[in-house]
Unconditional design. Structure first.
Length: 308
């Protein structure tokens, strides 16, 4: 039985409420571009640093609208057979052998049999184009910047017409275009031709108030004082010239880890013992352990004491 999709939000405020209800703490600019993307039926292009919540937007959208989420995880060397479709060659060979063994082989009929829907393996792109009308899936193209320009050009054609040609079967066109969300961490520039077909939004790190709300929603068991210290500490870390500053995902992980350790406040030893949850490069970790961590912690404690 096909699950009925929920109607799209009718205003920016409804979009914001939809995201909040799914525990995604968004600002109004995110809600605005998401609302426009849904109303205008245009792909949404989200750019920003890793870990700021770009992928989560697609997940929340699929859940809130009751749509299937189809995810194409991009990587270097991604090709059509991995992204769009391929034939089940093993099953085709078995079919050919069985027909040959039966002694009655009609070559044209055999070709029609083995190149039929039965043996077609649908990869994410083709799968996204075969949703039912009124219940098209959310199609997440994640980290597009990891692919090469050739695949980007191929994707441009897909997003233009929402159809794919399978030589043996013909053209497969979407009854209703999927809701497309594209993310990139900006490790390379994406061609303007693709961006022009999308609505663009830069997803930045949240301010302290919004990040604290995220922690309280995602790690509700965390001590409130600890949550406040974690957020302020990370906000100050992002001001440093680190190789990779922590994203919101790391903030949530750190709050979860410290809660598992029954911590109620930050201290130098705790920071040193758990810094690997927060930072992923040794040079960054060494810098924090050589004095920056203590300095930031001291500032955080002083600010919170003053605020109280």
């Amino acid at each position: 039985m096909t699950k009925t999709a929920s109607p799209a939000p009718r205003s920016i405020d409804e979009t914001l409420d939809m995201l909040t209800a799914a525990d995604y703490v968004a600002d109004r600019s995110v809600a605005t571009v998401l609302f426009l993307s849904l109303r205008m039926k245009r792909p949404l292009f989200l750019e920003g640093e890793a870990g700021v919540g770009k992928t989560e937007i697609a997940k929340v959208l699929a859940k809130a609208l009751g749509r299937r989420l189809i995810r194409l995880q991009c990587y270097e060397g991604l090709d059509v057979s991995s992204a769009v479709y391929e034939w089940n060659y093993a099953a085709q060979m078995i079919e050919i052998r069985m027909d040959e063994a039966s002694g009655s082989v009609d070559r044209s009929q055999l070709e029609r049999n083995v190149f039929s829907e039965k043996y077609l393996i649908r990869r994410p792109v083709l799968d996204a184009l075969t949703g039912e009308e009124g219940n098209a899936p959310v199609f997440l193209i994640d980290e597009l910047d990891r692919t090469d320009e050739a695949f980007e050009a191929f994707l441009l054609e897909i997003l233009s017409d929402f159809q794919v040609t399978v030589p043996e079967l013909g053209t497969i066109k979407a009854k209703e275009p999927p809701i497309v969300v594209i993310t990139t961490n900006r490790t390379r520039e994406i061609h303007d031709a693709l961006k022009r077909r999308c609505l663009y939004h830069w997803v930045d790190y949240p301010d302290a108030a919004r990040e604290l709300e995220i922690v309280r929603r995602k790690v509700p068991d965390a001590n409130r004082r600890l949550s406040a210290e974690i957020v302020r500490f990370i906000q100050k870390l992002r001001e440093l010239d680190l190789f990779k500053v922590p994203g919101v995902a790391e903030t949530i992980d750190w709050a979860s880890a410290l809660t598992e350790l029954d911590k109620v406040a930050l201290d130098p030893e705790t920071i040193s013992d758990t810094i690997g949850v927060l930072l992923k490069y040794q040079d960054d970790i060494a810098r924090i352990e050589q004095g920056e961590g203590r300095r930031i912690l001291k500032e955080v404690k002083a600010e919170l004491s003053t605020a109280e």
